[in-house]
Design a protein around this ligand. Structure first.
Ligand SMILES: *Cc1c(COP(=O)(O)O)cnc(C)c1O
Length: 442
């Protein structure tokens, strides 16, 4: 039952409550190039984005040593920027409305999803703070020494813990155990079997919770607060996670330049980001706004049954249950009932809008992407593909373009869909996803 009234049009209100797709434009979006962003009382800026990027660079030699799959990239965890003209045709987005590109985080090594950015960053930041404190490295050293006995002895005294139904657990668990930490991932009992198996194979302790998962995670958090040798990664209020994600913006900037794609007053960039709790898309949107100001338009994509970020923007503190929705979706990376307040706070002046996607559309687009470009993604990662259609084809989307005087610029627009996961989905599971999509397309 709906218990919260939201500032939406009657049509949007009805679409939200009955789980039909809708587009919402953020009325609080600022046009200023430099918007001060304050999260939990701390101002963050481009310097913090660069700080996260520099941390990844300091660790790169160590990561190349710990993960054979990173050797060719010299320890850098990054993904490609790819033009997808065939997918653009399949989605019937006319070239008069811009060109469609993908940021291929579905193929990010080590974690297999966008969580490789935030989750790994936070583990590295914790490891670095310990190593600096114990005099094992200075900021200018080659961090390869952290693979040696003294550092491993130090790290093994600490546990890194996280509550996650999936991809965040994978990224934190794998990186923490590779560095020599004890790692524990709290999961709900319905988490995917292959994710649990993958973690256990890496020596990560998987703690399964059958009862109320949220309260189990809260207990894990309290436990960690009481134990100085336990570090808990908190998806809902971690600045380190968010800044880890934000570093993607700097790499993307170089890729856009290399591809000859301009982003300025006459070349708008629309970025479609699948959103769960909000940390990943908010981090990236924050980073991009530092670089491109109002010329980048970050748009979040959520399942019609789990639009927690939209609800948080409209009614702070409310969950999707409060508006009569179920939070049931096959997009397990996005199945979150309540958004991160920290992420929502950061996004209030920066976000262009949010739209929702029904599960069938996720599977149809997953199938289309395989047919047209041969790319394998998971359902959550397909949420971005309906973005251009929602922007161009809904009243609220068109009103946004009109209000910001973007209509005449659309032939020179770039639509960037962030594909957020898929690399490690087992083939049998992927085959089921693709079949479901193919049946919908037939
Ligand atoms: C976690 C995740 C997201 C969204 O990230 P949040 O920080 O939860 O908003 C999107 N796609 C995939 C595949 C994910 O695992």
């Amino acid at each position: 039952m709906q218990t919260v009234t939201l500032p939406l049009s009657p049509q949007q209100q009805s679409d939200l409550g009955t789980a039909r797709p809708l587009f919402w434009a953020n009325p609080q979006r600022s046009e200023d190039a430099a918007v001060a962003t304050v999260v939990e009382g701390r101002g963050i800026s481009l310097a913090d984005v660069r700080g996260a990027q520099a941390r990844f660079q300091r660790f790169a030699p160590l990561l190349a040593q710990l993960f054979p799959e990173l050797q060719a990239e010299a320890g850098r965890i990054e993904s490609a920027l790819v033009a997808v003209p065939d997918m653009q045709r399949a989605l019937e987005i006319p070239s008069s409305q811009g060109s469609l590109w993908i940021k291929a985080d579905h193929s990010l090594p080590v974690a297999g999803s966008i969580k490789a950015r935030g989750g790994i960053h936070e583990v590295l930041e914790f490891a670095e703070s310990l190593a600096l404190e114990h005099g094992l490295v200075t900021l200018d050293d080659d961090y390869s020494v952290l693979a040696e006995a003294p550092a491993r002895a130090l790290f093994s005294r600490y546990q890194v813990a996280v509550g996650s139904t999936g991809n965040l657990g994978l990224s934190i668990g794998v990186m923490a155990s590779a560095l020599g930490f004890r790692a524990a991932v709290h999961m709900s009992a319905d988490a995917k079997e292959w994710k649990k198996a993958r973690l256990r194979a890496r020596g990560v302790e998987v703690v399964e919770h059958t009862g109320d998962y949220a309260s189990a995670v809260a207990a894990g958090r309290r436990n960690a607060d009481a134990d100085p040798y336990c570090y808990f990664v908190d998806d809902e209020r971690s600045l380190s996670l968010m800044l880890g994600y934000s570093a993607a913006a700097l790499h993307l900037q170089a890729q856009l330049e290399a591809a000859g794609l301009r982003v300025d007053a006459s070349h708008p960039l629309f970025v479609y980001l699948p959103c769960g709790v909000g940390g990943a898309p908010a981090g990236i949107a924050f980073g991009l706004r530092q670089l491109y100001g109002p010329h980048v338009h970050p748009i979040f994509a959520e399942p019609t049954q789990s639009p927690c970020f939209l609800v948080e923007m409209l009614a702070p503190g409310a969950s999707v249950y409060d508006v009569g929705l179920t939070n049931r979706t096959e997009a397990d990376g996005l199945a979150v009932p309540q958004a991160s307040e920290l992420a929502a706070q950061a996004m209030r002046p920066l976000l262009a809008g949010v739209y929702t996607v029904p599960d069938d559309r996720l599977f149809a687009d997953l199938h289309r992407l395989r047919e047209t470009e041969g790319m394998r993604i998971e359902p959550s990662a397909a949420a971005g593909f309906s973005g251009p259609g929602m922007l161009l084809g809904t009243d609220a989307g068109r009103a946004y373009l009109k209000q910001h005087k973007l209509e005449a610029l659309m032939p020179d627009a770039t639509h960037l869909v962030w594909t957020t996961g898929g690399l490690f989905v087992p083939p049998e599971e992927y085959a089921r996803f693709a079949e479901r999509g193919a049946a919908l397309a037939a």
